[in-house]
Design a protein around this ligand. Structure first.
Ligand SMILES: CC(C)(COP(=O)(O)OP(=O)(O)OC[C@H]1O[C@@H](n2cnc3c(N)ncnc32)[C@H](O)[C@@H]1OP(=O)(O)O)[C@@H](O)C(=O)NCCC(=O)NCCS
Length: 177
């Protein structure tokens, strides 16, 4: 499989709606311990298609596999990881997206901010389509993804697939400029 071009994500400081100052930057393998720590305390466990896993050995195994094949951004408060957004390549131009915000930091705009940044980063990597799967019962996730411009492409049982066409977004942006 062709890998995405390496585009560096410059670290950025963000201020949330509740006034928290966080730093968003590219995941580095040295963040592994802090990321395991975030997921160890994450709730609900298994809330997003079985993720995150329920215990530390399974969390570490999942993250270890993930870091070998994906690109990711993390949001940090000091040394603490509080959010994680992941791009997992499906083909040369398609990626799968997922995002996790620690429960103490939700409903503060962070999910939107880190997702926006990750999707812009995907666009810079020349990705044209972003896919994700989520549960129809995951109301917060559905609201977030719709707000980001994802459209539902299919559903089966309690799950649906959503798609964001980055190429058409880029076209719309350049027409608006
Ligand atoms: C889904 C998730 C990432 C949202 O993160 P967040 O930081 O709370 O998101 P935001 O604060 O940016 O909210 C984004 C939008 O989602 C909606 N939303 C978020 N939480 C909501 C809730 N509990 N109830 C209703 N709507 C909600 C709102 O429309 C909000 O937009 P608005 O604030 O402009 O009205 C977070 O709830 C989470 O990590 N959940 C567990 C993991 C998961 O399910 N991930 C998604 C599948 S990969």
């Amino acid at each position: 499989m062709t890998s995405a071009p390496e585009i560096v994500f410059p670290p950025v400081e963000v201020r949330t709606r509740k006034g928290r100052t966080l730093r968003v930057r590219e995941y580095d393998f040295r963040d592994f311990g802090a990321l395991v720590e975030m997921y160890k305390h994450f709730e609900p466990k298994r809330g997003a298609q079985g993720l995150p896993p329920p215990d530390v050995p399974r969390i570490a195994h999942w993250l270890d596999k993930l870091q070998r094949k994906s690109s990711a951004l993390v949001a940090l408060e000091g040394q603490k990881v509080v959010a994680h957004a992941i791009l997992c390549p499906m083909s040369a131009t398609c990626v799968e997206f997922s995002v996790f915000v620690h429960q103490d930091y939700r409903q503060d705009g962070l999910g939107t901010t880190i997702s926006d940044m990750t999707l812009n980063w995907a666009q810079q990597m020349a990705m044209s389509q972003v896919f994700l799967t989520t549960e129809l019962s995951n109301f917060a996730a559905l609201c977030l993804f719709r707000k980001l411009g994802f459209l539902m492409t299919s559903n089966y049982g309690d799950e649906c697939e959503m798609k964001l066409d980055l190429a058409s977004l880029a076209g719309a942006e350049s027409q608006a400029a």
